[in-house]
Design a protein around this ligand. Structure first.
Ligand SMILES: Cc1cc2nc3c(=O)[nH]c(=O)nc-3n(C[C@H](O)[C@H](O)[C@H](O)COP(=O)(O)OP(=O)(O)OC[C@H]3O[C@@H](n4cnc5c(N)ncnc54)[C@H](O)[C@@H]3O)c2cc1C
Length: 401
């Protein structure tokens, strides 16, 4: 046996899981098809919103101390609709908290994870692409292509952390439910004329959401989703015209927009695996579910997959590919997946309706939501990443003092 666990994919979720398994002391291989591009991620212009639960988990894994310098607290969330009179305002202070979570450049998160993985004890990291799996009685033979050279290795459990086009999922014949939104998100950073005061803004339009995330130094992270043809047109605009279009949509709550960074397109799909496990295999992160970024939940959800799997592997101490362990993982992840996806789709669908009646319905819904403490609390829990039965403190604590 070459290892206990083979993680296929060294993206943000696969690397997080590797940190957790290293702490548990499981002999693990991590293979990544595009190591320099993915693990360093210097090309990535996105800023993530991380929930409190995610920050707690990353802290225990020793990742957060390496990244926190570039984090900015999210103290409030304002959701408004273009042309509507209603709005939802959530303040962390209403829940006795300083912040719901924090924003962090995806690049910084990737670098912090790569630094933790580099300081590993039990993880072997290799460049390579998984191309085949053969399941025997108590082991799996994985075939890996490394620059034209094929090698095989034996493991007890294969984790598909290999993203939306997961090879692990495909090889196991796990179906997906896929919706192509026909949308692309333009991601960038702009300078604002007024301080953001830690408020994340989500401005909903009939064509897609526009988010402005609080960043350090009076800057805001832009995530602007729109139909792909519109996105191509907006990407071709010069900086001044792009800023004017963003300003017209958002208004002047944050003063006059100035200076825009590099604009980067991200095509958007929703894709759900119909099963999370197969014999000696399990899916985590985008391989399990790829969701629209409107609720800022994709990585948060994927990290909760990794925490749920790692805590089960730590508690079992036996065969990591045991049928009951994998079934327990799949059952434990169902409610969180369904709830997070339902919430994301509600945000999207509620605002896709056009026309006066649609606008009125949205305004009533927003005003109603603002008035109902219980619903707001539910929304706040999503923002904080609160999930029953998920306990980051069950992870080994690798925090550097
Ligand atoms: C515009 C945008 C904004 C977002 N904002 C947020 C946010 O604010 N908060 C949040 O929580 N989430 C956010 N997300 C979601 C988040 O980016 C993803 O959920 C997360 O990055 C998924 O990570 P992953 O490791 O599962 O997948 P990936 O990042 O896709 O990584 C998969 C890895 O597997 C490798 N791989 C693929 N096939 C193979 C193979 N056969 N063999 C070996 N390796 C392979 C790939 O090279 C890749 O490195 C956003 C997404 C977008 C598009």
């Amino acid at each position: 046996m070459d290892c206990d666990v083979l993680i296929v994919g060294g993206g943000l979720v696969g690397s997080s899981l590797a940190c957790a398994l290293d702490a548990i002391g499981l002999q693990t291989w991590l293979i990544e098809a595009a190591p320099t591009r993915r693990i360093e991620r210097s090309w990535d212009e996105r800023h993530f919103v991380l929930t409190r639960t995610s920050i707690e988990a990353l802290d225990r894994l020793g990742v957060w101390p390496l990244a926190r310098r570039e984090a900015e607290a999210v103290r409030a969330v304002h959701v408004t609709g273009v042309g509507d009179f209603g709005s939802v305002r959530l303040a962390a202070s209403e829940y006795g908290l300083e912040a719901f979570g924090a924003t962090l450049p995806a690049r910084v998160l990737g670098e912090a994870l790569a630094a933790r993985v580099a300081a590993r004890t039990y993880i072997r990291v290799e460049a390579g692409r998984l191309i085949g799996l053969e399941i025997g009685g108590d082991a799996v033979r994985a075939t890996i292509d490394a620059d034209g050279t094929t090698r095989t290795l034996m493991t007890r459990l294969v984790v598909g952390a290999d993203g939306t086009d997961s090879a692990v999922r495909r090889i196991h014949g796990i179906d997906v439910e896929r919706i192509d939104y026909g949308q692309t998100a333009i991601v960038s950073v702009l300078a604002t004329g007024r301080r953001h005061a830690g408020i994340a803004h989500e401005r909903m339009t009939a064509h897609g959401p526009f988010a402005l995330l609080p960043l350090a130094d009076d800057r805001a992270g832009v995530v602007w989703a729109m139909p792909t043809a519109e996105a191509e047109r907006h990407l071709a605009l010069d900086d001044a015209a792009f800023l004017a279009a963003a300003q017209q949509l958002f208004g002047y709550r944050l003063g006059r927009f100035a200076r825009i960074g590099r604009r980067q397109p991200w095509p958007l799909v929703r894709q759900m695996a119909t099963r999370l496990v197969a014999p000696r295999a399990v899916l985590v992160g985008n391989a399990a579910q790829t969701i629209h970024p409107v609720g800022a939940q994709g990585f948060n959800l994927g990290l909760r997959d990794a925490v749920a799997l790692a805590t089960r592997l730590a508690a079992s101490g036996g065969d990591p590919g045991a049928v009951d362990l994998l079934a327990d993982y799949a059952a434990a992840r169902t409610a969180d997946r369904e709830r997070t996806i339902a919430w994301t789709e509600t945000l999207l669908r509620g605002f896709a309706r056009t026309g006066a009646i649609g606008r009125l319905a949205r305004s009533v819904a927003l005003l109603g939501l603002d008035a109902q403490a219980a619903l707001k609390r539910d929304l706040a829990f999503v923002l904080m990443g609160h999930r029953e039965g998920l306990d980051a403190t069950a992870l080994p604590n690798l925090k550097v003092a």
